[in-house]
Design a protein around this ligand. Structure first.
Ligand code: SF4
Length: 220
């Protein structure tokens, strides 16, 4: 089931299609495709590069050592992992954990684009260089490398949706490097403060709509 842009218009069909996908050679070596998981009503989406060995084994994203570090850092700044949606640029593990190739990313992009169109996030957090490069390319914006782009907020239009994007490092890079880990922590604080901004603006727009209108509202 696809819409006029040929994107998947239902989560169930999308996930089923990913699990049986043979669009690129990565399907040959996978144990399990990893569509993504989390809150499908969230306005916040985290995007990594590709599943690793543990993710391939379990069919779930960010459950290995890097995923555990990510979850720990998210929770240390007050972001609930269950509250966001997490996925990867490619949904099957590249052999030996190599980087996904451009043609694999291109073949898989229909799934990520569909996930973005279904979720309509207000904020995307990209984890690592490949995720940042892919999302900026979807937003037709220049990408000059994760170390130059990280730790700032950008506004992109993807699938006709205006989305804020905060690029940061991949947690795997920060596993054994204290300096990179403190950069990841600092970027995650920026993510948390923007989530707070979004939450309070959503609350105030809801309470504006529900506020009883007085005569003064009509004659202003
Ligand atoms: S990586 Fe993506 S395009 Fe390639 S087989 Fe897996 S789901 Fe299909």
């Amino acid at each position: 089931m696809t819409n006029t842009n040929n994107l998947f218009s239902s989560w169930e069909v999308l996930e089923e299609e990913i699990r049986r996908c043979v669009r690129c050679p990565l399907h040959r070596s996978r144990k399990n495709a990893v569509p993504g998981e989390g809150n499908k009503k969230s306005v916040v989406m985290f995007i990594g590069e590709a599943p690793g060995a543990t993710e391939d084994e379990m069919g779930r994203p960010f459950v290995g050592a890097a995923g555990k570090l990510l979850t720990m850092i998210m929770e240390s700044v007050g972001i609930s992992r269950e509250g966001v949606y997490i996925t990867n640029v490619v949904k099957c593990r590249p052999p030996g954990n190599r980087e996904p190739k451009d043609d694999e990313i291109e073949a898989c992009s229909i799934f990520l684009k569909s996930q973005i169109a279904l979720l309509k996030p207000k904020l995307i957090v990209t984890l690592g260089n490949i995720a940042g490069k892919t999302v900026f390319s979807m937003g037709k914006r220049e990408w000059v490398g994760v170390m130059k782009m990280r730790g700032k907020r950008y506004e992109l239009t993807i699938q006709g949706i205006q989305i804020h994007v905060i690029p940061t490092l991949h947690p795997a890079a920060a596993l054994y490097n204290p300096q990179l880990r403190s950069m990841l922590e600092s970027d995650m604080k920026l993510v948390k403060s923007f989530i707070d901004e979004i939450t309070s603006s959503m609350k105030s727009s809801t309470s504006d709509k529900t506020k009883p209108r007085t005569l003064l509202d009509y004659i202003k």
